[in-house]
Design a protein around this ligand. Structure first.
Ligand code: PMP
Length: 350
């Protein structure tokens, strides 16, 4: 038995992969693979429409929001959001880690971007306190910090619309979409395979500008995300993952995610060898970084874990150590196996 703790592309639910396997040569009696279908064909349009409906149902997306399926990863959104919502205007950033640094750097190329709160001085081990006043076009935050293992547990109470990078937490817990002007997420963690980016945006924020076509949200919205060829297979697999989420419900998935994270944090907190340094109240439910504080010891643990079927536990190359990504598709069994291996390694080393 192998458990894959990759931060993304991450493990997908087994039933989804089996269904995709069954559909590979003939989708829904069409004798065509989804891979070779026109994006304007009937069967593909029904896949696209179902995917949008599932996003709306699972997140209770209000009617005055567009749901867009785009490409370019969350990274393209770092630029597309300011280009569409605040070209040349002021935008405020809450800096909580590497991905928010990158979002800020790209926004600074096309807008008057400011960091108004940061936990950099704290090595991003917490979520900073937020200034109340802002006259920016929007305030950007990274809801879950995939590398650093922190998350926002409450939202800043600011006047401008909030824009959230929710790449590593969307669909892992309920979210009040109406609190945001725009939410974006790369698919490759909780939604599906790489190649698809989900954007949920309040309609009143969209305007036709003079941007090149692919960069215009309004054009994608007007064309049901079919202005150009979408990543058809990623969208299909994401639709299957969303169906899988619906079977359990986001509320129950959240309960399971809290249980998995609690188990792992309790194991780490009880350990004399391994540590998670994140401020307890800001700990992520999705990404759990930990380390022994010694590079060689970490490398030895990673080898040991691999021998026990636990793979992709390496921390991001910029921070080292270990990181367990425990997205929706990771079963409780996988986290229990990791905790057992952590305990066994510590015992063998002492
Ligand atoms: N934001 C967050 C929070 C992420 O975790 C990632 C990817 N790990 C990105 C942005 C970048 O996403 P992409 O590779 O899809 O551009």
């Amino acid at each position: 038995m192998l458990y894959n703790f990759s931060a993304g592309p991450a493990m997908l639910p087994k039933p989804v992969l089996l269904e995709a396997q069954r559909d590979m040569l003939s989708y829904d009696g069409t004798s065509l693979s989804v891979l070779e279908m026109s994006h304007r064909s009937e069967p593909f349009l029904s896949i696209r429409n179902e995917a949008e409906q599932l996003v709306r149902d699972l997140l209770f997306v209000p009617d005055d929001y567009e749901v867009l399926f785009l490409q370019g990863g969350a990274t393209l959104q770092f630029a597309m959001v300011p280009m569409n919502l605040a070209p040349g205007g002021r935008v405020d950033f809450i800096e909580t880690g590497l991905w928010s640094e990158r979002a800020f750097a790209d926004a600074a190329c096309v807008s008057d971007a400011h960091v108004v709160a940061s936990s950099k001085a704290d090595a991003y081990q917490s979520i900073p306190t937020l200034p109340a006043a802002s006259d920016a076009a929007y305030v950007h935050l990274t809801l879950n910090n995939t590398l650093e293992g922190t998350r926002f547990t409450s939202l800043p109470d600011v006047a401008p619309p909030l824009v959230a990078d929710a790449s590593s937490c969307l669909f892992s817990e309920p979210i009040d979409v109406s609190r945001f002007g725009l939410i974006y997420a790369g698919a490759q963690k909780n939604i599906g395979p790489a190649g698809l980016t989900l954007v949920i945006v309040r309609k009143e924020l969209l305007r036709a500008g003079s941007l090149p076509s692919y960069l215009r949200y309004d054009l994608h919205a007007k064309n049901d995300s079919l202005y150009n060829t979408p990543p058809t297979y990623s969208l299909y697999l994401s639709m299957l993952v969303l169906r899988w989420i619906k079977q359990t419900g986001v509320g129950r998935i959240h309960t399971q995610n809290k249980m998995k994270a609690k188990l792992l944090y309790e194991t780490l907190d009880a350990s004399n060898l391994f540590h998670n340094r994140v401020l307890k109240k800001d700990r992520s439910l999705m990404n759990v970084p930990f380390s022994t504080g010694d590079e060689e010891r970490d490398a030895s643990f990673l080898r040991y874990a691999k021998e026990h079927g636990l793979i992709n536990l390496e921390g991001h190359r910029s921070v080292g150590g270990m990181r367990a990504s425990i997205y929706n598709a990771m079963p409780l069994d996988g986290v229990e196996a990791l905790c057992a291996v952590i305990n066994r390694y510590e015992k063998e080393m002492s």
